[in-house]
Design a protein around this ligand. Structure first.
Ligand SMILES: Cc1cc2nc3c(=O)[nH]c(=O)nc-3n(C[C@H](O)[C@H](O)[C@H](O)COP(=O)(O)O)c2cc1C
Length: 364
């Protein structure tokens, strides 16, 4: 897929998700070969005021990989200024959130509320477009409409493109639906038909399997698919989609050993990139994601909820995976050790912390 001057391959993106798509999570997904990740939505006002917590979330991808920054707000000059800061840290594109249904966001007439003010939304796109060099596309992510009676996504998308948006992502639910009910692929198809062919339209909503991915592409004609919740604890979905798009067989779901290994990788990234005060919380989330659906994982989550030391959580989870492997490999011998060494990560969890504790994260 081309977004203005950018080529994105494969045609699958990680959805921005607040409190989820931090740098460790984005990195794990990127390592499975998706097209692009985007930061969670960041308040343009907060960025412009220099709010540390918000600015700490505006992180470049590791290894020089391309990434997008998503911003929200309703004041054109603040969005323009925030976009320039995103450019300053190396963002390849700036996405404007016009789809968030959260009360606190729409109460400020931001997020999905902008679908009721298409002229102001256009002004925002124009302001951000004017603030960035032509090599950095401005994109918009929005919903099907405000509610069932106001399904204005096709007209709205065209208005955004007219104002300068180089890609449209549509989550096929209304603001009124929040995350309930089903995602309408029909409205995404209507947006694809309405928007000029050279502007990519990305379909989003309820894609959790490879089959869902291809159904979304086929039923809507969209140029790429953005996946959010389906990637939680399942970055292998990106590997499967990339393989199928390249004409290779789907490698299928991960083995227990792969799950263990990617969990260790995720913990390693949390150690390196997450401020200490958030480490416990992030570790518990990672345990829940990587053990989702496995035998007795609820018991593990309960035990981990009681533990107060990161290293104890790591040990408990390693024991859990070992016990599972023993069951799986009882007749065939143990699995290979895998690439990520849990002992090295364990040392990191025990090591004294340094600068990132002040939200000063390393820049890629
Ligand atoms: C926990 C959570 C946080 C989210 N935060 C954002 C956000 O910051 N920006 C945004 O555009 N959408 C956000 N979304 C919406 C997702 O990007 C996506 O549009 C939605 O989850 C539907 O896709 P899915 O069914 O693949 O999850 C969030 C969704 C979830 C579940």
């Amino acid at each position: 897929m081309r977004i203005g001057p950018l080529t994105i391959q494969p045609d699958v993106l990680l959805a921005p998700m607040a409190a989820v798509t931090d740098l460790p999570f984005r990195t794990v997904c990127e390592e499975f070969g998706l097209g692009l990740t985007i930061t969670e939505f960041l308040s343009a006002n907060a960025i412009c005021q220099g709010a540390d917590k918000t600015i700490a979330k505006m992180t470049p991808s590791l290894g020089g990989r391309r990434f997008g920054v998503q911003i929200f707000g309703r004041e054109p000059h603040l969005l323009a200024q925030a976009a320039q800061q995103a450019l300053h840290i190396g963002a390849s594109l700036v996405d404007i959130n016009m789809g968030c249904p959260a009360k606190r966001v729409v109460a400020g007439a931001c997020g999905a509320a902008l679908m009721r003010e298409p002229e102001l939304a256009q002004e925002l796109v124009r302001a951000v477009r004017a603030a960035l060099p032509p090599t950095v596309p401005v994109t918009v992510k929005h919903r099907a409409g405000w509610d069932e009676r106001h399904l204005n996504a096709p007209e709205f998308a065209c208005a955004m493109v007219e104002a300068g948006a180089a890609m449209i992502t549509v989550h096929g639910r209304t603001r009124a639906q929040g995350f309930s009910g089903t995602c309408s692929r029909e409205i995404i198809a209507r947006v694809r038909q309405a928007v000029p062919a050279h502007v990519p339209v990305v379909g989003n909503g309820d894609v959790v399997t490879v089959d869902d991915y291809f159904a979304m592409r086929q039923e809507t004609g969209c140029d790429a698919v953005m996946i959010g919740r389906g990637a939680l604890g399942n970055p292998w979905l990106f590997r499967s989609i990339a393989a199928r798009l390249a004409g290779r067989p789907d490698p299928g779901p991960p083995t227990i050993e792969e799950r263990r290994s990617v969990f260790v990788r995720h913990v390693q990234l949390i150690c390196e990139l997450t401020p200490e005060r958030r480490v416990l919380h992030e570790l518990r989330k990672a345990v829940a994601w990587y053990t989702k659906g496995l035998p007795r994982s609820a018991d593990l989550r309960d035990r981990v909820a009681e533990l107060q030391a990161p290293v104890a959580i790591m040990d408990e989870t390693m024991q859990y995976f070992s016990a599972l492997q023993d069951r799986v490999f009882r007749n065939t011998g143990p699995a290979d050790a895998g690439q990520d060494d849990p002992r090295a990560v364990r040392e990191k969890l025990l090591a004294p912390r340094t600068s990132i504790d002040n939200d000063q994260r390393p820049v890629a």
